[in-house]
Design a protein around this ligand. Sequence first.
Ligand SMILES: Nc1nc2c(ncn2[C@@H]2O[C@H](COP(=O)(O)OP(=O)(O)OP(=O)(O)O)[C@@H](O)[C@H]2O)c(=O)[nH]1
Ligand SMILES: [Mg+2]
Length: 479
Amino acid sequence: MTTFVDRVELHVAAGNGGHGCASVHREKFKPLGGPDGGNGGRGGDVTLVVDQSVTTLLEYHHSPHRKATNGQPGAGDNRSGKEGQDLVLTVPDGTVVLDKQGNVLADLVGEGTTFVAGQGGRGGLGNAALASARRKAPGFALLGEPGESRDIVLELKTVADVALVGYPSAGKSSLISVLSAAKPKIADYPFTTLVPNLGVVTAGSTVYTIADVPGLIPGASQGRGLGLEFLRHVERCSVLVHVLDTATLESDRDPVSDLDIIEEELRQYGGLEDRPRIVVLNKIDIPDGQDLADMIRPDLEARGYQVYEASAVARTGLKELSFALAGIVAEARAAKPKEEATRIVITPKAVDDAGFTVTYDEAEDVYRVRGDKPERWVRQTDFNNDEAVGYLADRLNRLGVEDRLMKAGARAGDGVAIGTEENAVVFDWEPTMMAGAEMLGRRGEDHRLEAPRPAAQRRRDRDAQRDEAQREYDEFDPF
Ligand SMILES: Nc1nc2c(ncn2[C@@H]2O[C@H](COP(=O)(O)OP(=O)(O)OP(=O)(O)O)[C@@H](O)[C@H]2O)c(=O)[nH]1
Ligand SMILES: [Mg+2]
């Protein structure tokens, strides 16, 4: 079997962030020191990087589950947890990254082009980092966040300047073997080539790559032969070369109708219409081949093709052909926008750190809060620790979540969900409680037991509370 794989499903999991540590400094005879819990380490990323020495996705076919290492938890004595190690996966030039639905996430072309397929989770802050003038000895720390995990599909679209297409046994691989140093398999039976071959050609000062694809036959678009699947490898080329066999022994074939059939299959595949084409009449070392070539040349030229004659076996016509291709390639390169030559680093999404939305979710009868920060903060919260929960409430309030809930029409006792349907933390909203038992320092007082206040008074009180909270928070922001 062949060891070429050009499409794989890959499951990547970035490392989880380590948890922050809640610890109190202890010294002999000085039992009550300050908080000294260190931060958790960041989880490692999973990144894809183009390495031109890699030619297949085979490695991922064998082991499709890849995970970066987790960050270590923080420890007492202000020791931070170790960061997780990034996992770097090398992929061939021209690898396209898709999601399971087939949407293109990235197109990795050019040595070193990088794509972060999974982002490591942030480490949680330890209680030392959470301490502030007001919260001198936090009895809690933040949890590390889970690393991003997802399923992606990698699809290789060979990066070659020139693509050879034609019937099986037309001599495509033979031409690559004499134009370049590549040594593809050559044999006198059809479908010798099962995977694209790639060669590097030097013609004068131009260096370009040339690839063939498995032979095409009539009906390839309906799946006959090896089908059209491999044509994806010619999508990036700047010139298509029709390799026509002038010496075929099959009675119902001749180079011109071969050309028509291949063109029809290319049309079925689609997307290659704008690529310039040239014709190579191969195998002219055979006497009948040369005669046939002479006969059909005018017809092909009349159709507008540049026609070259060659023999891969006798090695004739190769120089003209390689220089002609170099010319077209050079022209195509000059016409291409410059940026394509530079290396791009792509990350999956712009992190929307600022905003959040509040909407009423009728199906679940909750006010749903969505946003990077609120959702992250929920993930960082240890819900078994009241102080940590109070801290979450403070953060949310400070971001303006309470305000927006109010504007959206939420009333005390309404359900509030933070996060997606599948992954939400839901609680009953109690505005003054939300503002934080901890923050307002009014533990033991339950506002719900107070005599009802007029609305204007309530609003004034709330504003005063918010201003107070704001003042306190201005002195502290861990991020
Ligand atoms: N006489 C002669 N034979 C050739 C020439 N080029 C290729 N051949 C022969 O034709 C046969 C097919 O050559 P390949 O290079 O394998 O053809 P291909 O187009 O790559 O075929 P597939 O991979 O099956 O699509 C081999 O037996 C070659 O030796 C040529 O210029 N002259
Ligand atoms: Mg071949």
